[in-house]
Design a protein around this ligand. Structure first.
Ligand code: A3P
Length: 288
């Protein structure tokens, strides 16, 4: 399959055909949200898998069964991907659901509901680096080309789910007031325990100190790398070339410094500043 054949274009954004179809996207459009559904929203490579490790255990009051017995894509399915079709309707409440969809493409029942949302943002330079490696290992994604070429595609919004800044800005909609919690990947790295406590308060799911400790232990990078249900080792080699990169690759912040040239940094910063100029958002990475 050549690059062009790997994606479909859905309402202006490219999505990989491997996991999206006309049927799965129609399902997402018509989806009936329940008031106690919990949505985790991310631009790809911002910590989705990490949240799929933490949130299900909070929703099940500390029961580890979901992360020990179900692959991450089943325990907290993507709303827009094919597996959702046969998983979500029958699932008991409260359902944990992830999505990469931009806010403008969320179904009307979501907009009308009070279902809670956790939006995870990550330094877009690290998102870009993570995505570059992911594109080299996932055979269903277009070949990344050189790092310079990939950077231009990222800035132009030609990669999966469109422009990073549109995604981040769209999900700041005032319509979500009172039902959204914003957190960064970097905050989670710095203080995972604090993040877990925040999630439990926000979701109205009190946890014992012991359960919090367990979630932090299971949610750390090292444990997740050892969890067959979360490290994507169940995905066949023909789909993920694990020799090229691992899905759980480095799990750090600032790896962009090992990839960007001075020219890349200058180019990225100037486009980023332009795209975010009237956004009224301040992130920790904006100053460097
Ligand atoms: P890197 O490629 O920089 O290592 P997503 O799940 O949205 O696709 O994001 C994948 C990124 O999140 C990868 O980044 C992956 O290593 C990182 N990640 C997943 N679990 C993590 C954890 N427990 N701690 C830190 N980073 C994690």
């Amino acid at each position: 399959m050549n690059n062009e054949e790997k994606n479909l274009i859905y309402k202006g954004i490219p999505l990989p055909k491997e996991v999206h179809s006309a049927e799965s996207l129609k399902y997402a459009e018509d989806f009936q949200v329940r008031e106690d559904d919990v949505f985790v929203v991310t631009y790809p490579k911002s910590g989705t898998t990490w949240m799929q490790e933490i949130i299900p255990v909070i929703l099940s009051d500390g029961d580890l069964t979901p992360i020990q017995t179900m692959p991450n894509w089943e325990r907290m399915p993507w709303l827009e991907e094919m597996p959702a079709l046969h998983l979500l309707d029958a699932r008991p409440s409260p359902r944990g659901i992830v999505t990469h969809l931009p806010y403008r493409l969320m179904c009307s029942s979501f907009r009308q509901s009070k279902a809670k949302v956790i939006y995870v943002t990550r330094n877009p330079k690290d998102v870009l680096v993570s995505s570059f490696h992911f594109h080299s290992m996932a055979t269903f994604l277009e070949d990344p080309g050189t790092f310079d070429e990939f950077l231009e595609k990222f800035l132009a919004g030609k990669l999966l789910f469109g422009k990073w800044c549109d995604h981040v800005r769209g999900w700041r909609s005032s319509e979500l007031k009172g039902r959204v919690l914003y957190i960064t990947y970097e905050e989670m790295l710095e203080d995972l325990r604090g993040a877990v406590v925040k999630f439990s308060h926000f979701l109205g799911k009190p946890l014992s100190e012991e359960t919090i400790d367990t979630i932090v232990e299971k949610g750390c990078f090292k444990s997740m790398k050892n969890n067959t249900m979360s490290n994507y080792s169940l995905v066949p080699e023909g789909v993920f070339h694990k020799g090229k990169s691992e899905f759980l690759r480095k799990g750090v912040s600032g790896d962009w410094r090992n990839h960007f040239t001075a020219a890349n940094e200058e180019r990225f910063n100037s486009v980023y500043r332009e795209q975010m100029k009237d956004a009224d958002l301040k992130f920790p990475w904006d100053d460097n």
